[in-house]
Design a protein around this ligand. Structure first.
Ligand SMILES: Nc1nc2c(c(=O)[nH]1)N[C@H]1C(S)=C(S)[C@@H](COP(=O)(O)OP(=O)(O)OC[C@H]3O[C@@H](n4cnc5c(N)ncnc54)[C@H](O)[C@@H]3O)O[C@H]1N2
Ligand code: MOO
Length: 418
């Protein structure tokens, strides 16, 4: 089977992914990271009244056009406790930040621009009052009925704040895609075990779980299964019985005598769509469907499994969850010369830095073995080298895939050498 180009493989997978329509209503507290199924609208106007932005005195600007005006303090308005009367000529009201501006007043003079006279029942202004100043007009933030957060938006902290402020206790969100995870391999034991001389610790599922959960998916961990066809089929049945939207397997994807995953999937009824991608790492990736369930058979090498997860599982989850997909690709320059590439699209683990102009520089690690988790965890990004890309000199333009789009990057200092 010829190796499929990465972009073609991604397009084939996504063309068959139907966004999940099921919707649930959740209290706001439980909705973090979820994707809105319908618009969140404002159930009230904010602020609901003209509010003071400062601590000071509410007054009529025309009464204090010049410093030195003397006004009678006729009451006070605090946040949560307004003043009921109306300010007439020569009067003012002591006011605090967030309090309703009393009727008759058209500005707030901050207390630093006033002096108390006598017992405080009168004040003298020391600065000119200006109509409208320090007043937040009713509805300045939003008006009742307006759309605050549109359907399709992922609810982050700022959107949750806005939804809450619009008096929404609940929101309507799409259900989470369920990802069943199955790690295969006779050699695998869980962290905390005492591994035998030929055993290693299973680590892939921790990374894939974290990635999938960060993307808003629910992970069903089917645990570790030995290289045994019947055992793998039994685990696949569990994923089906749980109604998983996606089954992700790791290991056993290659051509060795103990690589049973594809045979087990086919026995369980999977229709293979494609296998073997023109990429490094990640070549043995297999993709198929088992009824309504998408199947991603990832290679066992930890870095390969993660690169495949970033390139295939992440956009698949986004599509199913009706979420905007993450844009991880950026333009960069290589800090070290790169050799010409062969037919497989290369994903080179690299440190990234920004220069004084904000430009990205990528410095590939000298060792790129797909089993090396320490290098992967130190990397900030992957230099993407298309098939047959020509050699690149230091400073040559390249493309990088950010591994941690939110994380700050180190800055290149003048004269610093990579
Ligand atoms: N003759 C060929 N051999 C191989 C080819 C090939 O084309 N021809 N492809 C190589 C490539 S590329 C990769 S990638 C690997 C992938 O093989 P498998 O998917 O069958 O993976 P395993 O053999 O099961 O495991 C590979 C490696 O990863 C370790 N592993 C497995 N699962 C986990 C886990 N959950 N956590 C941590 N580490 C795991 C496993 O012990 C192996 O060391 O095949 C090449 N061979
Ligand atoms: O493609 Mo494998 O994933 O090189 O190590």
């Amino acid at each position: 089977m010829a190796l499929l180009p990465v972009e073609e493989a991604q397009a084939r997978l996504l063309s068959k992914a139907v966004p999940l329509e099921a919707v649930e209503t959740l209290p706001l507290r439980a909705a973090r990271g979820r994707v809105l199924a319908s618009d969140v609208t404002a159930r009230l106007t904010q602020p609901p009244f003209n509010a003071s932005a400062m601590d000071g005195y509410a007054l009529r600007a025309e009464d204090a056009q010049q410093p030195g005006a003397e006004l009678a303090v006729i009451g006070q308005s605090a946040a949560g406790h307004g003043f009921c009367g109306t300010i007439a000529a020569g009067q003012c009201v002591r006011i605090f930040t967030g309090a309703p501006v009393p009727a008759g007043a058209d500005c707030v003079l901050i207390q630093e621009d006033t002096e108390k006279l006598g017992d405080g029942s009168r004040i003298r202004t020391t600065f000119q009052a200006v109509a409208g100043r320090h007043i937040r007009p009713r509805g300045q933030d939003f008006a009742e009925g307006s759309v605050l957060v549109a359907a399709g938006t992922r609810l982050d902290y700022a959107k949750l704040m806005l939804a809450a402020s619009g008096n929404n206790a609940e929101v309507s969100v799409y259900r989470k895609p369920v990802i069943a995870l199955l790690a295969t391999g006779d050699e695998l034991v869980t962290p905390g075990s005492q591994p035998g001389p030929t055993q290693i610790i299973a680590s892939n599922t921790f990374a894939i779980t974290a990635l999938a959960e960060d993307l808003g998916a629910e992970v069903l961990d089917l645990g570790l299964v030995p290289d045994d066809r019947a055992a793998i089929v039994a685990a696949i049945r569990k994923a089906q019985a749980a109604g998983a939207d996606v089954l992700v397997t790791t290991g056993g994807a290659s051509v060795g005598d103990h690589d049973f995953v594809q045979a087990a999937l086919v026995e369980a009824g999977m229709v293979l769509d494609f296998w073997k991608i023109a990429m490094r790492p990640g070549k043995p990736l297999m993709v198929g469907r088992l009824g309504p369930m998408h199947v991603l058979g990832l290679p066992g090498n930890p870095v390969s499994s993660m690169v495949c997860s970033l390139l295939f599982l992440e956009p698949l989850i986004a599509r199913l969850a009706q979420a905007p997909s993450l844009q991880r690709l950026r333009h960069a320059r290589t800090a070290i010369a790169l050799a010409a590439n062969d037919q497989r699209q290369d994903y080179i683990r690299a440190k990234l830095r920004t220069d004084a102009e904000g430009g990205l520089w990528a410095s590939g690690f000298p060792k790129q073995d797909s089993s090396m988790m320490q290098i992967f965890s130190k990397a900030d990004g992957l230099i993407v080298r298309p098939p047959h890309a020509p050699a690149l000199r230091e400073g040559g333009r390249c493309c990088v895939l950010l591994l941690h789009p939110q994380a700050p990057l180190a800055t290149v200092h003048p004269g610093e050498h990579y």
